[in-house]
Design a protein around this ligand. Structure first.
Ligand SMILES: C[S@@+](CC[C@H](N)C(=O)[O-])C[C@H]1O[C@@H](n2cnc3c(N)ncnc32)[C@H](O)[C@@H]1O
Length: 328
């Protein structure tokens, strides 16, 4: 049996990305759920996502695969709740030179999202204008800043951004794109009149030589065994999605937690599925969405992961939130 060598520090911490960027992109349209599909009490799947979203967790995964799992020539990554595939291709880009065979499968409950991911065409959006108006506009989407990959910025890129931009250019080519009418943009235009932010979109196609780096299938985290053979995943991600199962929509789309009687069995089921899918020393990666970590959801999730012999390996800087768990 292979032994684990050079394991990264037992617990690392980091300060989550602050949502201070005014420009953002990568949002995918919401998809109305079929009535027969039960996911919490939501009517919509919110498919917000972006390239290089919350990159610190992905950097940790990369470091872990190239140190603790250095001895493994082949790695299986399952990107659960992958939305339109921005996150899945981000993993492919970041692990392109990891020196091992990396198999990446993205899945999502949304059939439209998976069809979009399979097309290999991705959009990057830039919003400019009065900073306050941009922030208000962001409230509609609350999305993330990956526009530096495609647009010139006023400020110089950081070393990391330049590295990600280079990776992006190795994987994608720009293709012609004509802005489509968006009801959301039109309504915001009416509401904000003279301050309307300027929105520009660019489209990119995956290069043919990179097109087979990711596979996409439709699937449900609650039926993970239909997608992932038992104990086969080295990394399973389920980022910014648990709140779909544990909240319902309130007025103005505010998320309201379900009753404990619904949350607890739901989260237990998720952890059971996750435990079955991951192999020993594999990682389970959660996103930064607060609803996935607070109140009953967070408490049940952490407790269940501990019960299934997982331990946290990446926490936030005050130690209160655990983003990545290792199966012992
Ligand atoms: C906010 S997006 C997050 C996308 C991506 N993981 C990220 O962090 O950028 C949440 C995604 O979870 C998906 N989702 C919700 N419930 C799911 C389930 N039971 N199984 C699989 N995907 C699910 C939604 O369709 C949506 O695409």
């Amino acid at each position: 049996m292979n032994s684990i060598t050079n394991i990264p520090p037992a617990i690392k911490t980091y300060t989550p990305q602050s949502p201070k960027q005014l420009n953002f992109c990568g949002t995918a349209p919401v998809e109305k759920l079929g009535k027969d599909i039960y996911v919490g009490a939501r009517n919509f799947l919110i498919q917000e996502t972006a390239f290089f979203r919350e990159p610190e967790t992905l950097e940790f995964v990369k470091e872990y695969l190239t140190t603790a799992l250095k001895h493994k020539p082949e790695i299986n990554i399952i990107d659960g709740a992958c939305s339109k595939g921005y996150e899945t291709y981000t993993l492919a880009m970041m692990l392109d030179n990891a020196g091992k065979k990396i198999n990446i499968t993205g899945f999502d409950l949304g059939t439209n999202a998976i069809e979009e991911a399979q097309k290999g065409v991705f959009f990057i959006k830039q919003v400019t204008g009065n900073p306050e108006v941009c922030s208000m506009y962001k409230m509609g989407y609350s999305a993330f800043g990956d526009d530096y990959l495609a647009f010139a910025t006023q400020e110089a890129l950081t070393e990391k951004q330049a590295e990600y931009q280079k990776m992006f250019n190795e994987f994608f080519t720009e293709i012609p794109y004509k802005e489509k009418f968006s009801l959301h943009d039109w309504l915001m235009g009416i509401m904000l009149k003279k301050w309307t932010p300027k929105i520009e979109t660019k489209a990119f196609q995956i290069k043919s030589e990179k097109a087979d780096t990711c596979k996409f299938v439709q699937g449900d985290i609650l039926k993970l065994d239909e997608i992932v053979p038992e104990h086969s995943a080295d990394v399973l991600l389920f980022r910014n999605a648990l709140y779909h199962l544990t909240t319902k929509e309130g007025p103005l789309n505010f998320k309201i937690p379900l009753d404990d009687e619904m949350i607890i069995p739901m989260v237990k089921n998720v952890v059971e599925q996750v435990d079955k899918a991951i192999q020993k020393d594999g990682l389970f990666v959660i996103g930064e969405h607060p609803n996935d970590h607070i109140l009953t959801t967070g408490k049940t999730l952490y407790k269940e992961l501990e019960n299934h012999n997982f331990s946290p390996v990446l926490k936030n800087s005050d130690g209160s939130i655990s983003y990545i768990w290792k199966k012992n």
